[in-house]
Design a binder for this molecule. Sequence first.
Ligand SMILES: *[C@@H]1O[C@H](CO)[C@@H](O)[C@H](O)[C@H]1NC(C)=O
Ligand SMILES: *[C@@H]1O[C@H](CO)[C@@H](O)[C@H](O)[C@H]1NC(C)=O
Ligand SMILES: *[C@@H]1O[C@H](CO)[C@@H](O)[C@H](O)[C@H]1NC(C)=O
Ligand SMILES: *[C@@H]1O[C@H](CO)[C@@H](O)[C@H](O)[C@H]1NC(C)=O
Ligand SMILES: *[C@@H]1O[C@H](CO)[C@@H](O)[C@H](O)[C@H]1NC(C)=O
Ligand SMILES: *[C@@H]1O[C@H](CO)[C@@H](O)[C@H](O)[C@H]1NC(C)=O
Length: 476
Amino acid sequence: MKFSMIDKLFLLNALVARVTATPTSSSLVSVSVNPKVQFQEIDGFGASQAFQRAEDIFGKYGLPAVNQSLVLNLLYDKDIGAGFTILRNGIGSSNTSDSNFMNSIAPTNAGGPDAKPEYVWDHYNSGQFPLAQQAYARGLQTLYADAWSAPGYMKTNDDENNGGYLCGVTNESCASGNWMQAYANYLVQYARFYKESGVDVTHLGFLNEPQFAASYAGMLSNGTQAADFIRVLAKTIKKSGLSLKINCCDGIGWDDQEAMMAGLEAGPDPAINYLDVVTGHGYDSAPTYPLSTNKKTWQSEWADLTGAFTPYTFYENGGPGEGLTWANHIQVALRDAEVSGFLYWIGAENSTTNSGLINLINNEVIPSKRFWAFAQFSKFVRPGARRIAAVSSHANLTVSSFENEDGRIATQLLNQGNSDVEVSVVITGLKSGVRVKPYLTNNKYDLEPLSSVSLGNGGSFKAEVPAWSMVTYLTI
Ligand SMILES: *[C@@H]1O[C@H](CO)[C@@H](O)[C@H](O)[C@H]1NC(C)=O
Ligand SMILES: *[C@@H]1O[C@H](CO)[C@@H](O)[C@H](O)[C@H]1NC(C)=O
Ligand SMILES: *[C@@H]1O[C@H](CO)[C@@H](O)[C@H](O)[C@H]1NC(C)=O
Ligand SMILES: *[C@@H]1O[C@H](CO)[C@@H](O)[C@H](O)[C@H]1NC(C)=O
Ligand SMILES: *[C@@H]1O[C@H](CO)[C@@H](O)[C@H](O)[C@H]1NC(C)=O
Ligand SMILES: *[C@@H]1O[C@H](CO)[C@@H](O)[C@H](O)[C@H]1NC(C)=O
C-alpha cells in the first residue's frame, strides 16, 4: 500500500483503530512481544553538558530565560520532553575556566602527592552544578561525574592535555611520586562538594577515551592500569562513607572498551568486582554486541561529529545525523549489545552541527529529529524497566520492547524501509481491552500522539507504520 504524506496520519489513526478487522493482505507483518522473557534492566538515557555547554543553556550566548526553561524541560521533564534520567558531568582538570576549559577543584599542585591538597569549590562547576540541580528538579536519577583527565601535575606528561598517564599505574612512574591515592581523594572530594551543596553524584568515572591522546583534556590507560586505580578508588570511596558507584572506562569505541575487559578482570583481586557499570563510546566501533562482563553496560557517549547539519531530517538517505539513524543505533545497542544506558554527546548547545541533540540558534530552541528519536525511547522506557523478548517477521520493521516497573509495556517499531507496513502485534499475556497508545516520529511528526487502540483476543492489535518512521506503542 502507498499513501501520500498528507493522508498518512488519518490512515494511521484509522488503521490502528481498526482492531477487530481481519488481515486482508497475505503480506501482513507480525510482531510478537513476550513479557515473560526478560533481559537487562534499564538505567536510562541522557547526554552531557561538559566543556561549558551547560552555560549555553544558561544564556552564555543570550538565550532568553523562557527558552532556558524550555530546553531544560525538553531534556529532563518526562511530560514535556524526553525525560532524560542520566546526566554525564565532566570533572574538570584545568587551571582556568576560559574558553571551553572545565576548571578543576584542585587547580594547583600543593607540593606533591602527600601534601594537603588546595581544594576550591565555586558552586558552579562550569555551569554543570546548577544544571544538575535543575535536572534533578525535573526527574534526573543518575549523575555520572567523569574526569577526562587528572590535573596535569598528577600525570607523566605534566599536562592535562595530550595523553600521558596517571603517575603510579603499572609501568608509569614520575619523579614527583605516586599520585593514585591523591587522584582518588580528589574525585571523592568532587562528589563531596556536590553532596554538601545538596546534589548527589551517583556514579564516578576517571577516564575518557583512554586510547586517544587528545589535544584537549585526556589521559591514557589500558585495562591493567585502569584496574590499578579502581582498587584504590574503591577503598577510598568506602572510607569516605559516601554512596558512590564506579564506572569505567569510556573507551573510544565499543571494541576498544572490549579490549580493556581482560585487564579489568585479571588478577587475584579483579577490578571488575568494584565496578557498577562498564561504559564505552560508539565512535570508533558501534555497540552491536554485549561486552564480556555480567556488569551493567552503558553506551556513554556518541554523536555525529562529521555529517551535514540535519536538524529537521528523520530520514533522507540514512545520513549520520538523521533521526532514524539514531533510532536504529539506540535500538541495536539496547537489543544486541544489551546496554542499560544510552547517552548522546551533548544534550543542547549553541551550534549548527549535529554534536548536540538540541540546537540553540539565535535565541531559538531547535530540537533535532535525533532528539525526538531519543525521546521515543526515554519518555516511555523508564529506569528500572526490563527489556523483554520481541521479534518481527519483516527485516525492515525492527522491534524492541520493555516492561516498566509499573507494568506498562513500551514497544518501539522502526520502519526502515520505503513502504508502509501493516502489522499485527501480539503482546503475550495481556487481556483483551487493554489500551495501547501510539506515538509517531518521522519527517513530518515529532512524537505525535495517535488515537489509542484496544487489544483484541490474545493481546493483539493491528497498526500501520509509515515508511521511514518510528512508532512507540505504550500500554496505558
Ligand atoms: C550562539 O552563538 C553565536 C555566537 O557564536 C551568537 O551570535 C548567537 O546569538 C548564539 N545564540 C544563542 C541562542 O545563544
Ligand atoms: C595552566 O595549565 C596549562 C596547561 O594546561 C599550563 O600551560 C599553564 O602554565 C598553567 N597555568 C598556571 C598558572 O598554572
Ligand atoms: C611493566 O612492569 C612489569 C612489572 O610491573 C614488568 O615486568 C614489565 O617488564 C614492564 N613492561 C614494560 C613494557 O615496561
Ligand atoms: C597494559 O600496559 C602495561 C604496560 O605497558 C603492560 O604491562 C600490561 O600488560 C598491559 N595490560 C594489558 C591488559 O594489555
Ligand atoms: C524561544 O524558542 C522558540 C523556538 O523554540 C522561538 O520560537 C521563540 O521565539 C524563542 N523565544 C524567545 C523569547 O526568543
Ligand atoms: C526494505 O527496504 C529497502 C529500502 O527501502 C527496500 O529496498 C526493500 O525492498 C525493503 N524490503 C522489503 C521486503 O520490503
